[in-house]
Design a protein around this ligand. Sequence first.
Ligand code: NAP
Length: 305
Amino acid sequence: MQEHDVIIIGAGPAGLTAALYCSRAGLNTVVIEKLAPGGQAATTAQVDNYPGFPGGVMGPELTQRMEEQARSFGTEIVMAEIDSIGGQAGSFSVVAGSEQLQGKAIILASGARERPLGVPGEKEFRGRGVSYCATCDAAFFRDQKVAVIGGGDAAVEEAVYLTKFASKVSLIHRRDALRASKALQNQALDHPKMEFYWDCVVTSMNGDQRLEQVQIENVKTGEKTRLEVNGVFIYVGYLPNTEFVRDLIETDDAGYILTKEDMSTSVPGIFAAGDARAKYLRQVVTAAGDGAVAAVAVERFLDHL
Ligand code: NAP
């Protein structure tokens, strides 16, 4: 069994920042990641609000730099999915596939994943017109018509990104006002390639081999519209990746981990950082901030252990 000072679960901006701080402080640090390092930020085209990058930075580039920086201080990254966490402060055991790791403290930075819309056709056409990642799939829709569902930062940001490829981007939002920041709204509202379906919900996604159209209903008038599109990008929020610790630590009703100011959870020795945590603002910069706080809290915790 491999022994570490700290085991960090998740290699997004929160986990990688925690890893950088822990390794730099001389702690033997391992990060376990089930997909690719970078987390959701690595699937974001352009990040315009991370300080230090005037003109913005591509999400994959930013997270790759974070990974490099953490590795440069000695962080080890293991690709595996967590099966179980046991033990107690000073001697936690983590089983992840064929890996068995021992750690004195744990930082949960497992992030969140896209929330599905839950309408007929969504599952069937996933990967055949239905996508949750414009950065990954936008290029497949060059000169085609696409729709984006949602009115938050993610929907509006990715809709604007999609205008670089698609001939037309229809944003479908269930209310008549966007939740997204004013800065993003300004980029979208007068964009010549964008049109808006206000007060509308998608009730089904249809096609033959690939998605061909979505059925829309106006929630105020009941009017039904069939919108011909080649692709639909769904951005209706996220679900926390915390199922594997729900029996272990306290979460809110939605499953987000409850933490104190120092990122400690209800279990001594287990800390949390980033989007998996119940918090006010989920951005790369706040995830990185959480990671730094959690790392320093771990360092102090281990000093007193
Ligand atoms: P979000 O802020 O929760 O917005 C979700 C959007 O989807 C809302 O407009 C919501 O409508 C809509 N929605 C939810 N359920 C729906 C349903 N069943 N049917 C139709 N519409 C539905 O989520 P997000 O935009 O994915 O952002 C998540 C977090 O990441 C936020 O904290 C956000 O600030 C952050 N983020 C920031 C940036 C940035 O700063 N550049 C970029 C991306 C994400 P209502 O408005 O009516 O509730």
